[in-house]
Ligand binder design. Structure first.
Ligand code: GLU
Length: 491
């Protein structure tokens, strides 16, 4: 396949979400696989909807996901600028080309008039559409009104006869009766282009070979191919992706569904993913398979995806968001990271809890906690005690099952005596010594080791006890046991 040039073209109107990230991912994969380029273009011509900081959030999100673009607003490129509000003159020039060809015209209808027509049409149960008032104005009259400074837009002159056939790579030919198509605005009264004109012009100028975008654009698809054909340009390959449905599979994600997901430690916004302990590898893998028909459970890195990706195996059927799968892919990738890599990724989650992390200790605990992590921040629940000076076990947790506090204190004292007498509390030394005590005492391993676990870690669930004690170290472990005895004696 020839090198593909693809683009991600978000409007900076809100948070980068899962749907956008998946669109960007597929565009990235196709470009990289074919040795082409992937670029970022900011579509900010709807200035009223532009949100401060949204562009930066998109850039940060793509970087975090590892979807590095070859050209973009912050890095430039051969076709700069990559922010549409900075390309105003280019669109004006192109609108003029269409007007000269008789495929666009100035429209002087006021918003009030348009609204009135809309209301009348709705009353008559007709689909609202432009009524064509300015479509056939004599050119010299139009010119005169423009020269007089009359406010106007520029509209596309849609063929009213025949049909339009638009070809989508996943859905085949889509045929529309031209009578259903409207004379859409290309240039607004503020001089800025609409998406319809700006995106077509930019995709052409930036030599985009494949337009991969959300299926919400299927409705304007016939208009878009008509605009391109009116210019006489070659069309890109069009790929309209599947829609995402809420986890129940019924309808699209709403604000309320997002709030539900948040309560559950999930999110559809990329900015939240890191904070919630998700890895870019997990998120990308999860997103990739929603709409790409490889085997359901396929664990892949970005590089493996580049090798295996094909737009032919994308599916147009809607995909329900399944956060359990995100957990699964995240946990799976966590198991694949090297110890060093995982240590570096976990450290910030400990430090954000105010813990001072010793790097040597962190490396040592990785084998003990790795298998227990679904999200990176789970490391705190399992491993914070390694980095604390002391732990504060709940008194009732220290009381061994089936024993009272007094008897539990005696057991703890015996353990302390045994451990203090050992030359080292490495697990290989401590474990056999304590196990023979369990046997002699007639207590169960659960009773003794449960108590020791709570004393050493401060919690009932922890990584393996003896390995943990070894890493906590002799001095601290003994001190924690003494503290447990004190607590038990006070009950
Ligand atoms: N600016 C459009 C959006 O954010 C882009 C659609 C496209 O990729 O062409 O939905």
């Amino acid at each position: 396949m020839k090198p593909a040039r693809t683009r991600f073209a978000p409007s900076p109107t809100g948070h980068l979400h899962l749907g956008g990230a998946r669109t960007a991912l597929y565009a990235y994969l196709l470009a990289k696989q074919t040795g082409g380029q992937f670029l970022l273009r900011i579509e900010d011509t709807d200035v009223k909807r532009t949100v401060a900081g949204a562009e930066q959030e998109i850039i940060d999100g793509l970087r975090w996901l590892g979807l590095d673009y070859d050209e973009g607003p912050d890095i430039g490129g051969k076709f700069a600028p990559y922010r549409q509000t900075e390309r105003r003159a280019i669109y004006q020039r192109h609108a003029k080309v269409l007007m000269d060809k008789g495929r666009a015209y100035p429209c002087f209808c006021t918003p009030e008039k348009l609204e009135k027509t809309r209301q009348e049409q709705t009353k008559r149960k007709e689909n609202p559409r432009y009524d064509g008032t300015c479509r056939n104005l004599a050119p010299d009259e139009a010119e005169k009104r423009i020269a007089n400074g009359e406010t106007h837009t520029v509209r596309f002159k849609m063929d009213q006869e025949g049909t339009t056939t638009a070809h989508d790579h996943l859905r085949g030919d889509i045929v529309t009766d031209n009578k259903q198509l409207n004379d859409q605005v290309l240039i607004k009264s503020d001089g800025l282009p609409t998406y319809h004109l700006a995106a077509m012009v930019d995709d052409h100028e930036m030599q985009i070979t494949h337009v991969i975008r959300g299926s919400e654009w299927l409705g304007s698809f016939p208009l878009h191919v008509n605009i391109i054909r009116a210019f006489g340009w070659d069309e890109p390959t069009w790929v309209h992706l599947s829609v995402f449905l809420k986890p129940s599979g019924k309808g699209k994600m709403s604000k309320r569904d997002s709030a539900e997901a948040n309560k559950d430690g999930h999110s559809v916004f990329i900015k939240d993913m890191e904070e919630l302990g998700f890895t870019p590898e997990g998120v990308i893998n999860w997103a990739a398979l929603m709409g790409w028909g490889v085997a359901e459970d396929d664990v892949m890195t970005l590089n493996q995806m580049i090798e295996r990706f094909s737009i032919d195996s994308l599916t147009p059927s809607p995909a329900a968001i399944n956060f359990q799968k995100l957990d699964h892919f995240n946990a799976t990738h966590i198991r694949l990271f090297s110890t060093e890599d995982l240590a570096a990724r976990l450290k910030p989650y400990f430090t954000r809890e105010g813990l001072t992390v010793n790097d040597g200790t962190l490396q040592k605990i990785i084998p003990l906690i790795r298998e227990r992590l679904t999200t990176l921040d789970d490391c705190v629940a399992f491993g914070a005690f390694f980095f604390k000076d002391a732990v504060s076990p709940a008194p009732e947790d220290l009381v061994a099952k089936g024993l009272d506090a007094k008897r539990s204190a005696e057991v703890a004292k015996k353990c302390l005596e045994i451990l203090s007498g050992l030359s080292s509390i490495d697990h290989a030394t401590a474990e056999p010594a304590l196990r023979s005590y369990v046997e002699e005492s007639g207590l169960s391993p659960n009773q003794v080791f449960g108590l020791l676990r709570v004393a050493t870690t401060g919690q009932k669930v922890s990584p393996p006890l003896f390995e943990s004690m070894e890493i906590v170290g002799r001095e601290k472990s003994l001190r924690r046991l003494e503290n447990a005895i004190e607590i038990l004696e006070k009950i």
